[in-house]
Design a protein around this ligand. Structure first.
Ligand SMILES: C[S@@+](CC[C@H](N)C(=O)[O-])C[C@H]1O[C@@H](n2cnc3c(N)ncnc32)[C@H](O)[C@@H]1O
Length: 249
């Protein structure tokens, strides 16, 4: 197992927290998926790969898509089944999709494409899509252009390392496979949650899962103090940017 694939499966240990605290996606995202794919989601045959607890799958199903979830992690899959009992889910992996050739209108990866190996996941997505079908990849990231988020990002970098410190809103787009004709789009949005819920959400990010309980608890306690100063009423305004890339086969 590669380092990326073992870290990709680290969500297993926090499936319940993930289902409870990670944010969903703004409805504008689904409008643009339809626009860039060139067809309506209603009735479309869709596979949501790396479906996790079903956050992306749910918004696709709400648009009337005939969606199947694909997820490699047993615990994430179990949470998916609790939350979306009426939606089919298969255990599987973006590098070897358990789906028929030319069987789908749309393949989506909601915050999961980066866990795949593109030399395998690109041909797999193209195999299962019908001609004219679309591959849609999206990520929801904290908006590092907002001062308090930039401060938290700097503290996270001190803990985990990585990056030169400059916020790059295009970072997700820089790692797209060049062989596909991706069209890119972004939207900023926010949600307000309690400080407890914000910290519980933070703890579901994969770096923390690898760091372990002691280091995570220490960081979260310090973060609680800092953010109580920024948000004295105890409500944190989380600021996000969604990055979407769609390629039509
Ligand atoms: C950040 S979560 C995203 C879950 C969900 N799509 C959402 O919108 O919340 C990443 C998911 O990718 C899954 N994953 C890890 N490696 C994968 C792979 N090679 N192919 C597909 N999914 C993978 C993980 O198990 C996890 O459920």
């Amino acid at each position: 197992m590669t380092r990326a694939s073992s870290q990709g499966l680290s969500f297993e240990s926090v499936a319940a927290g993930y289902a409870a605290h990670r944010p969903s996606y703004p409805s504008a995202l689904l409008d643009v998926v339809e626009e860039l794919a060139g067809f309506s989601l209603a009735g479309a045959r869709v596979a949501d790969v790396g479906a996790g607890t079903g956050l992306g799958t749910r918004v696709l199903a709400e648009r009337g898509a005939r969606v199947v979830g694909v997820e490699p992690g047993q615990e994430m899959a179990a949470r998916f089944r609790i939350g979306l009992p009426e939606v089919p889910l298969v255990l599987g992996d973006g590098n070897a999709l358990p789906l028929g050739s030319s069987s789908l209108d749309l393949v989506t990866y909601a915050q999961s494409w980066h866990w795949t190996e593109p030399r395998r996941s690109v041909p797999e997505a193209l195999r299962v899509l019908r001609p004219g079908g679309a591959l849609a990849l999206w990520w929801n990231d904290s908006d590092g252009g907002v001062p308090w988020v930039a401060g938290q990002d700097a503290r996270l970098r001190r803990l985990f390392g990585g990056g030169d410190g400059a916020y790059d809103p295009e970072a997700r787009f820089r790692r797209l496979p060049d062989e596909l004709p991706f069209v890119r789009w972004q939207v900023r949005w926010s949600r307000s949650v309690s400080l407890d819920a914000h910290l519980a959400n933070l703890a579901t990010y994969s770096d923390f899962l690898v760091l372990g309980e002691e280091g995570t608890n220490r960081f979260l306690a310090e973060e609680r103090e800092i953010l109580a100063g920024v948000f004295p009423d105890g409500t944190v305004r989380e600021e996000y940017v969604v990055s979407l890339a769609v390629a039509v086969r």
